[in-house]
Design a protein around this ligand. Structure first.
Ligand code: GH3
Ligand code: MG
Ligand code: MG
Ligand code: MG
Ligand code: MG
Length: 304
């Protein structure tokens, strides 16, 4: 049942209006002033407001302006005994959707209410559709930058992340911690335990990385069993500790009943605003070289 709020200080007029509207299938509430209608913003729960102009305190025009400022989807019909042109214009300029003279013709009032409710339903439908579209858009956007298997970001996110860092940086240069992580002997894990088990190891490593990095940076699945970790403006100790934790937690993670280890190469590199992506590529190259050092000196190591 559609709900109508009648703001009318004449008890007699309010009684008549309520009686007519109730008999026509509406749920009707009457209040005597705009102030009453504004208590806990109760007017927002109605589908339409019928508003008298001359009220104690805040006038109908003023209240109409307030309603429209706060929630333009609620239609307002102003009902008043003043029928000069100026007050019609004033009513419409205050944001009212329609205007009716008192004493009103009952059928006309009902017809005008119907028109407003029809428009409101369409507007609500549009608003819902819009919200659905927005949600779908956000989902697609998220999917486009997420690695489905591990929940880490994928490589498409690197550009977005650099743009975000540049946007947030007050300076023209900032530092980035850049770590390349690679699972040791992963081919052997796959060969021994199967690819599905290998996938579980990948997911676990992704979780370990993300739990350590949190909002200090981004974890990106860079290749098959390689993760790139970018840390925003870090201290040397912060990156070193973080990477050592990731190494240790991987070694201790017995998710599949066997141990896996990782090797990592890390650098801290200066990024220039006007050359950010080229600088990042350079940082990744250095991290790769450091990773190579870890691999060649026995694996299960972080080189920084
Ligand atoms: P190293 O210690 O030198 O890094 O040796 P490795 O065996 O880890 O490295 P290699 O490059 O020889 O093998 C990487 C393997 O990762 C090969 C590939 O089949 C596997 N791989 C890549 N993507 C996935 C994936 O999504 N799931 C699984 N299960 N395996 C994957
Ligand atoms: Mg009045
Ligand atoms: Mg590799
Ligand atoms: Mg490997
Ligand atoms: Mg190999």
């Amino acid at each position: 049942m559609e709900r109508i709020l009648v703001v009318e200080d004449s008890k007699f007029q309010a009684f008549i209006t309520k009686d007519i509207l109730t008999k026509n299938g509406y749920s009707v509430t009457c209040v005597e002033s705009a102030e009453d209608a504004m208590k806990t913003n109760m007017y927002e729960q109605y589908d339409i407001v019928l508003l008298d102009v001359v009220l104690p305190g805040i006038s109908g025009y003023e209240f109409c302006e307030i309603i429209k400022k706060n929630n333009s989807l609620i239609p307002v019909i102003i009902l008043t005994s003043m029928d000069d042109e100026k007050s019609v214009i004033k009513a419409l300029n205050s944001g009212a959707d329609d205007y009716l003279k008192k004493p009103y013709n009952v059928d006309e009032l009902l017809a005008r209410i119907k028109v407003q409710l029809r428009t409101r339903r369409l507007q609500l439908e549009l608003t819902n559709k819009n919200e659905e579209l927005q949600k779908a858009y956000n989902t697609i956007k998220k999917l486009a930058i997420t690695d489905v298997l591990t929940g880490a970001y994928n490589r498409s996110y690197i550009k977005d992340y650099m743009a975000k860092l540049l946007d947030e940086s007050p300076d023209d240069n900032f530092y980035i911690g850049c770590a390349m992580i690679d699972i040791d002997n992963f081919k052997k894990i796959n060969d021994t335990f199967g690819h599905l088990t290998g996938d579980i190891v990948l997911k676990n490593l992704s979780n370990i990385c993300r739990n350590n990095v949190k909002d200090r940076g981004a974890v990106i699945r860079f290749g098959g069993e390689e993760f790139l970790v970018l840390i925003n403006n870090p201290e040397y100790e912060e990156v070193a500790d973080m990477m050592e934790n990731i190494r240790k937690q991987s070694e201790e993670n017995m998710c599949c009943g066997f141990q896996f280890t990782i090797s990592a190469g890390v650098c801290i590199f200066q990024i220039r605003r006007d050359n950010a992506l080229v600088d990042l590529q350079e940082a990744i190259k250095i991290a790769d070289k450091m990773l190579y050092i870890s691999k060649n000196s026995g694996k299960n190591k972080v080189s920084i």
